[in-house]
Design a protein around this ligand. Structure first.
Ligand code: GSH
Length: 230
Protein backbone atom coordinates (compact mmCIF):
# COMPACT_ATOMS: atom_id res chain seq x y z
CA UNK A 1 0.00 0.00 0.00
CA UNK A 2 1.33 3.47 -0.87
CA UNK A 3 2.11 5.62 2.17
CA UNK A 4 2.21 9.42 2.05
CA UNK A 5 3.47 11.61 4.89
CA UNK A 6 2.55 15.29 4.87
CA UNK A 7 5.17 17.18 6.85
CA UNK A 8 6.12 20.72 7.73
CA UNK A 9 8.66 22.49 5.54
CA UNK A 10 10.36 25.84 5.84
CA UNK A 11 12.68 27.92 3.72
CA UNK A 12 14.96 25.89 1.45
CA UNK A 13 12.69 22.91 2.08
CA UNK A 14 13.92 22.44 5.65
CA UNK A 15 11.88 19.74 7.39
CA UNK A 16 11.73 21.10 10.91
CA UNK A 17 8.70 19.67 12.70
CA UNK A 18 9.57 17.61 15.79
CA UNK A 19 6.33 15.66 15.38
CA UNK A 20 6.97 14.86 11.73
CA UNK A 21 10.48 13.63 12.50
CA UNK A 22 9.01 11.08 14.88
CA UNK A 23 7.13 9.58 11.98
CA UNK A 24 10.03 9.74 9.54
CA UNK A 25 12.00 7.70 12.05
CA UNK A 26 9.07 5.37 12.72
CA UNK A 27 8.75 4.63 9.00
CA UNK A 28 12.49 3.97 8.75
CA UNK A 29 12.30 1.72 11.82
CA UNK A 30 9.60 -0.33 10.13
CA UNK A 31 11.37 -0.31 6.77
CA UNK A 32 8.37 1.33 5.11
CA UNK A 33 8.76 3.56 2.06
CA UNK A 34 6.67 6.69 1.85
CA UNK A 35 6.23 9.76 -0.28
CA UNK A 36 6.99 12.91 1.72
CA UNK A 37 4.89 15.95 0.88
CA UNK A 38 6.09 19.34 2.14
CA UNK A 39 3.46 21.58 3.75
CA UNK A 40 3.91 25.22 4.82
CA UNK A 41 2.24 26.48 7.99
CA UNK A 42 -0.20 28.54 5.92
CA UNK A 43 -0.82 25.86 3.32
CA UNK A 44 -3.82 24.47 5.18
CA UNK A 45 -5.58 23.63 1.90
CA UNK A 46 -3.12 20.79 1.23
CA UNK A 47 -4.15 18.94 4.41
CA UNK A 48 -7.80 20.07 4.50
CA UNK A 49 -8.84 16.52 3.60
CA UNK A 50 -7.68 15.47 7.09
CA UNK A 51 -10.30 17.75 8.71
CA UNK A 52 -7.73 19.49 10.90
CA UNK A 53 -4.80 21.86 10.42
CA UNK A 54 -1.68 20.14 11.75
CA UNK A 55 1.03 17.85 10.46
CA UNK A 56 2.06 15.07 10.48
CA UNK A 57 -0.73 13.56 8.42
CA UNK A 58 -0.26 9.99 7.20
CA UNK A 59 -2.26 8.64 4.29
CA UNK A 60 -2.26 4.90 3.76
CA UNK A 61 -4.50 4.00 0.84
CA UNK A 62 -7.98 5.06 1.90
CA UNK A 63 -6.97 5.71 5.51
CA UNK A 64 -5.92 9.09 6.91
CA UNK A 65 -4.30 9.29 10.35
CA UNK A 66 -3.33 12.44 12.27
CA UNK A 67 -1.32 13.03 15.44
CA UNK A 68 2.15 11.53 15.72
CA UNK A 69 1.34 9.17 18.58
CA UNK A 70 -1.82 7.93 16.83
CA UNK A 71 0.17 7.41 13.63
CA UNK A 72 2.73 5.31 15.50
CA UNK A 73 -0.08 3.21 17.00
CA UNK A 74 -1.61 2.82 13.54
CA UNK A 75 1.69 1.71 12.03
CA UNK A 76 2.26 -0.86 14.77
CA UNK A 77 -1.26 -2.27 14.45
CA UNK A 78 -1.32 -2.36 10.66
CA UNK A 79 2.29 -3.37 10.02
CA UNK A 80 2.61 -5.81 12.89
CA UNK A 81 4.96 -8.03 10.89
CA UNK A 82 7.54 -5.23 10.85
CA UNK A 83 9.78 -4.24 13.83
CA UNK A 84 7.62 -2.96 16.68
CA UNK A 85 7.51 0.70 17.71
CA UNK A 86 6.09 -0.16 21.13
CA UNK A 87 6.23 -3.92 21.57
CA UNK A 88 3.36 -4.29 24.03
CA UNK A 89 0.65 -2.39 25.90
CA UNK A 90 2.90 -1.56 28.82
CA UNK A 91 5.59 -0.08 26.58
CA UNK A 92 2.95 1.91 24.71
CA UNK A 93 1.57 3.24 27.97
CA UNK A 94 5.03 4.29 29.12
CA UNK A 95 5.76 5.90 25.76
CA UNK A 96 2.72 8.11 26.33
CA UNK A 97 4.48 9.55 29.37
CA UNK A 98 7.54 10.33 27.23
CA UNK A 99 5.18 11.86 24.66
CA UNK A 100 3.61 14.28 27.12
CA UNK A 101 6.89 15.05 28.87
CA UNK A 102 8.50 15.89 25.52
CA UNK A 103 5.57 17.98 24.30
CA UNK A 104 5.31 19.98 27.50
CA UNK A 105 8.67 20.04 29.31
CA UNK A 106 11.31 19.44 26.63
CA UNK A 107 9.74 21.46 23.81
CA UNK A 108 9.11 24.34 26.23
CA UNK A 109 12.73 24.27 27.35
CA UNK A 110 14.08 24.24 23.78
CA UNK A 111 11.76 26.64 21.99
CA UNK A 112 12.97 29.91 23.61
CA UNK A 113 16.57 28.99 22.76
CA UNK A 114 15.88 28.89 19.02
CA UNK A 115 12.64 30.81 18.47
CA UNK A 116 14.24 33.47 16.29
CA UNK A 117 16.17 30.83 14.36
CA UNK A 118 12.86 29.11 13.62
CA UNK A 119 11.43 32.40 12.42
CA UNK A 120 14.48 33.04 10.19
CA UNK A 121 14.09 29.63 8.55
CA UNK A 122 10.41 29.94 7.71
CA UNK A 123 9.20 30.31 4.18
CA UNK A 124 8.43 33.99 3.55
CA UNK A 125 4.71 33.35 3.23
CA UNK A 126 4.61 31.79 6.75
CA UNK A 127 6.26 34.61 8.69
CA UNK A 128 3.23 36.75 9.48
CA UNK A 129 1.25 33.66 10.52
CA UNK A 130 4.06 32.52 12.80
CA UNK A 131 4.32 35.94 14.45
CA UNK A 132 0.57 36.06 14.95
CA UNK A 133 0.34 32.59 16.47
CA UNK A 134 3.60 32.38 18.49
CA UNK A 135 4.43 35.89 19.73
CA UNK A 136 1.94 35.75 22.60
CA UNK A 137 3.97 32.92 24.16
CA UNK A 138 6.78 35.37 24.89
CA UNK A 139 7.08 38.78 26.52
CA UNK A 140 9.80 40.03 24.14
CA UNK A 141 10.60 39.94 20.41
CA UNK A 142 12.02 36.59 19.24
CA UNK A 143 15.60 37.85 18.85
CA UNK A 144 15.59 39.09 22.45
CA UNK A 145 14.07 35.85 23.74
CA UNK A 146 17.03 33.84 22.49
CA UNK A 147 19.67 36.55 23.18
CA UNK A 148 20.87 34.99 26.48
CA UNK A 149 20.76 31.42 25.32
CA UNK A 150 24.36 30.66 26.26
CA UNK A 151 23.19 31.00 29.87
CA UNK A 152 19.58 29.90 29.42
CA UNK A 153 20.63 26.57 27.89
CA UNK A 154 21.59 25.30 31.36
CA UNK A 155 17.89 24.81 32.21
CA UNK A 156 17.38 22.69 29.08
CA UNK A 157 20.47 20.62 29.86
CA UNK A 158 19.14 20.05 33.38
CA UNK A 159 15.72 19.09 32.04
CA UNK A 160 17.22 16.11 30.21
CA UNK A 161 18.97 14.73 33.30
CA UNK A 162 16.60 11.71 33.44
CA UNK A 163 17.56 10.88 29.85
CA UNK A 164 21.26 11.19 30.68
CA UNK A 165 20.90 8.88 33.68
CA UNK A 166 18.94 6.37 31.58
CA UNK A 167 21.53 6.42 28.81
CA UNK A 168 24.28 5.71 31.33
CA UNK A 169 22.60 2.36 31.93
CA UNK A 170 21.32 1.41 28.46
CA UNK A 171 22.10 2.55 24.90
CA UNK A 172 18.61 3.76 24.02
CA UNK A 173 15.66 5.18 25.95
CA UNK A 174 13.70 2.06 25.01
CA UNK A 175 16.47 -0.29 26.19
CA UNK A 176 18.92 -2.21 24.02
CA UNK A 177 17.46 -0.94 20.74
CA UNK A 178 15.58 2.21 19.75
CA UNK A 179 11.79 2.38 19.55
CA UNK A 180 9.13 5.05 19.38
CA UNK A 181 9.96 6.67 22.74
CA UNK A 182 13.43 7.36 21.32
CA UNK A 183 11.98 8.93 18.19
CA UNK A 184 9.64 11.15 20.22
CA UNK A 185 12.61 12.69 22.01
CA UNK A 186 14.87 12.66 18.96
CA UNK A 187 12.27 14.75 17.11
CA UNK A 188 12.85 17.59 19.58
CA UNK A 189 16.60 17.66 18.91
CA UNK A 190 16.09 17.25 15.19
CA UNK A 191 13.74 20.26 15.30
CA UNK A 192 16.57 22.33 16.83
CA UNK A 193 19.35 21.18 14.53
CA UNK A 194 17.25 21.60 11.38
CA UNK A 195 16.94 25.35 11.96
CA UNK A 196 19.70 26.40 14.36
CA UNK A 197 23.48 26.16 14.70
CA UNK A 198 23.09 26.57 18.47
CA UNK A 199 24.62 23.72 20.45
CA UNK A 200 22.04 22.62 23.00
CA UNK A 201 23.97 19.48 23.94
CA UNK A 202 27.69 19.52 24.64
CA UNK A 203 29.88 17.21 22.56
CA UNK A 204 30.48 14.69 25.34
CA UNK A 205 26.92 14.68 26.66
CA UNK A 206 25.56 11.09 26.56
CA UNK A 207 22.29 12.53 25.26
CA UNK A 208 24.12 14.03 22.29
CA UNK A 209 25.98 10.76 21.67
CA UNK A 210 22.59 8.94 21.74
CA UNK A 211 21.17 11.56 19.34
CA UNK A 212 24.03 11.01 16.93
CA UNK A 213 23.67 7.22 17.09
CA UNK A 214 20.03 7.60 16.13
CA UNK A 215 20.75 10.10 13.35
CA UNK A 216 23.03 7.52 11.76
CA UNK A 217 20.60 4.61 12.19
CA UNK A 218 18.61 3.28 9.23
CA UNK A 219 21.23 4.39 6.68
CA UNK A 220 21.24 7.90 8.13
CA UNK A 221 17.52 8.54 7.68
CA UNK A 222 17.70 11.29 10.29
CA UNK A 223 21.09 12.63 9.26
CA UNK A 224 20.29 13.02 5.58
CA UNK A 225 18.42 16.30 5.81
CA UNK A 226 19.35 19.95 5.56
CA UNK A 227 20.50 20.81 9.08
CA UNK A 228 23.27 22.26 11.22
CA UNK A 229 26.00 20.33 13.02
CA UNK A 230 25.14 21.83 16.45
N1 GSH B 1 -0.19 16.45 18.80
C1 GSH B 1 0.23 16.63 17.43
C2 GSH B 1 0.90 18.00 17.28
C3 GSH B 1 1.22 18.34 15.83
C4 GSH B 1 1.66 19.78 15.66
O1 GSH B 1 1.52 20.63 16.56
N2 GSH B 1 2.22 20.05 14.47
C5 GSH B 1 2.63 21.41 14.15
C6 GSH B 1 3.95 21.40 13.38
S1 GSH B 1 5.33 21.07 14.46
C7 GSH B 1 1.62 22.01 13.19
O2 GSH B 1 1.23 21.39 12.25
N3 GSH B 1 1.22 23.26 13.45
C8 GSH B 1 0.32 23.94 12.56
C9 GSH B 1 0.04 25.33 12.99
O3 GSH B 1 0.56 25.76 14.01
O4 GSH B 1 -0.69 25.99 12.26
C10 GSH B 1 1.15 15.48 17.02
O5 GSH B 1 1.73 14.83 17.92
O6 GSH B 1 1.27 15.19 15.82
Amino acid sequence: MALTLYELAGKDDRRFSPYCWRIRMALAHKGLDATFVPVRFTDKATIAFSDQGKVPVLVDGNTTVVDSFEIACYLDENYADRPALFGNEIARGEARVINHWTNSVLHSALQPLVIDDIYQHLADEDRVYFLETRSSRFDRPFDQVQANRDEDVVAARNAVTPLRLTLAEQPFLSGGAPAFADYIVLGAFQWVRSISPFKVLEDDDPVRLWRDRLLHAFDGAGYATTAYDG
